[in-house]
Design a binder for this molecule. Structure first.
Ligand SMILES: Cc1ncc(COP(=O)(O)O)c(C=O)c1O
Length: 337
C-alpha cells in the first residue's frame, strides 16, 4: 500500500478512473494486433476543467498551496497548455486566484492556435494571462510576478511546467497504486503501462509509485513529445528519483523506458502517425486523443505493436491523459490532411 496521507491534498478526480478494453480498435485491426490486448485508463475523465492528467498532480500541488496559506497560484506553459487550463479551472474550483505565463513555443500565429482550444478556456476559467515570446524564461517571469504580488500582501504558490515538481509527480505515484489494484481485481498483469512524456512528471510519478510498491518501474514506458530522447530520459530519471525520495525509496539507473521516435519535428508539430492515431481512436472507439501528447504516444504504441514488440496475449495499458481542447487549435491540420 502506498501511504500518501502525510501530503496535503484536495479532491479533483473521481478515482479510480476506469480501465476499459479497446474492443472496437481490436476488431478493426484483427490479426494485425498479433493477439495483443489493448486497454485504456481514462484519466481524461476528470470532473474539473474538462479533465486530464494534470488533475492528479494538482491534487497535491493545490493541497500544499492551501496548507501554506496561499491565495494565488501561478504556473507556466505553452500557449495551448492543458496544464495551464487545468490549473486555472482547479484554482477557480478551490478559491485561488490564478495567473498564467504562456510562451509562444510553437511556431504558429493563426487564429485557431492563438485564440481557440485551451486559449479560450484559460480566459473562461478566469485566469490572468501573460504572453511571452517562445524563448522567454517563463518560470523566472512567474517567480518575479510572485515577488511583486507578495510585496502587496498576497501569498503565492508557483508551479513549474506541467506541474511536474516531485510533489506534483506524487499524483502519478498514486495512479501507479491504482493501476496495480485495478489490474489485480481484473485478473490482468499488464506487460506495459504507456503514456506521453511532456514535462515528464506522469512517467516519473509512475516509476516512483511502481518502485515504492515493489514492482519493476520499467513497467512504465513513455514516448517523448517535447524533449529530445536523451534529455527526456535524464529529466524523467531526475524527477522519478526526487519523487521516489519523497516516498523513501530509490530507483535503479535503468528505470526509465522511453522512446524518442514519435516526437519528430518537435513539440506541437503534427505527424502522420498522430493524425492516424487520433482518427483511428475516434472512428473505432469514439474516444478522443489530443494532437500534441496522447496522439503521438498512441501512434508510438501502435507502431510498437505492429513491429511485434509485444507477445500474443500481452495486455498493454495506455493512459488517456486528456488534452481534447487542443484538437480545436489544430482544426486546420485535420481539415486539410
Ligand atoms: C494531454 C496531455 N497528455 C500528456 C501530457 C504529458 O504529461 P507530463 O507533462 O507529465 O509528461 C500532458 C502534459 O502537458 C498533456 O497535457
Amino acid at each position: 500500500m502506498l501511504d500518501l496521507s502525510r501530503f496535503p491534498r484536495v479532491a479533483l478526480i473521481d478515482a479510480p478512473t476506469p480501465i476499459q478494453p479497446l474492443d472496437g480498435l481490436s476488431r478493426h485491426f484483427g490479426d494485425a494486433l498479433n493477439g495483443v490486448r489493448l486497454f485504456v485508463k481514462r484519466d481524461d475523465l476528470g470532473p474539473v476543467g474538462g479533465g486530464g492528467n494534470k488533475l492528479r498532480k494538482l491534487e497535491f500541488l493545490l493541497g500544499q498551496a492551501r496548507a501554506d496559506g496561499a491565495d494565488t497560484v501561478i504556473t507556466v506553459g505553452a500557449l495551448q497548455s492543458n496544464h495551464a487550463r487545468l490549473t486555472a479551472a482547479a484554482a477557480a474550483r478551490c478559491g485561488f486566484r490564478c495567473e498564467l505565463f504562456l510562451t509562444r513555443s510553437v511556431p504558429r500565429d493563426d487564429a485557431d492556435y492563438t485564440g481557440n482550444g485551451n486559449r479560450l478556456l484559460h480566459a473562461l476559467f478566469g485566469a490572468r494571462v501573460h504572453l511571452l515570446p517562445g524563448d522567454a524564461d517563463s518560470l523566472a517571469a512567474a517567480k518575479a510576478r510572485a515577488g511583486e504580488l507578495e510585496s502587496e500582501g498576497r501569498r503565492v504558490a508557483v508551479f513549474p511546467s506541467g506541474g511536474s515538481s516531485p510533489l506534483g509527480c506524487l499524483g502519478y505515484a498514486a495512479c501507479a497504486a491504482e493501476i496495480l489494484d485495478q489490474s489485480a481485481a481484473m485478473g490482468l498483469d499488464f506487460a506495459q503501462v504507456v503514456t506521453a512524456n511532456g514535462s515528464s512528471g506522469t512517467h516519473a510519478g509512475l516509476v516512483a509509485g511502481f518502485a515504492a510498491l515493489g514492482h519493476d518501474p520499467r513497467l512504465a514506458k513513455s514516448y517523448t513529445v517535447l524533449a529530445p530522447l536523451e534529455d527526456a530520459r535524464r529529466i524523467t530519471f531526475e524527477k522519478a528519483e526526487a519523487t521516489a525520495d519523497l516516498l523513501g525509496v530509490s530507483i535503479p539507473e535503468d528505470a526509465i523506458v522511453i522512446d524518442g521516435d514519435h516526437r519528430r519535428d518537435g513539440y506541437g508539430i503534427p505527424t502522420e502517425g498522430m493524425l492516424e492515431a487520433v482518427r483511428l481512436m475516434a472512428t473505432t472507439e469514439g474516444l478522443l486523443l489530443d494532437p500534441v501528447y496522447s496522439g503521438k504516444a498512441f501512434a508510438g504504441l501502435l507502431a510498437d505493436v505492429r513491429a511485434g514488440a509485444y507477445r500474443p496475449g500481452d495486455a498493454v495499458l495506455f493512459l488517456m491523459t486528456g488534452g481534447v481542447p487542443g484538437l480545436f487549435a489544430y482544426r486546420g491540420v485535420f481539415a486539410s490532411a
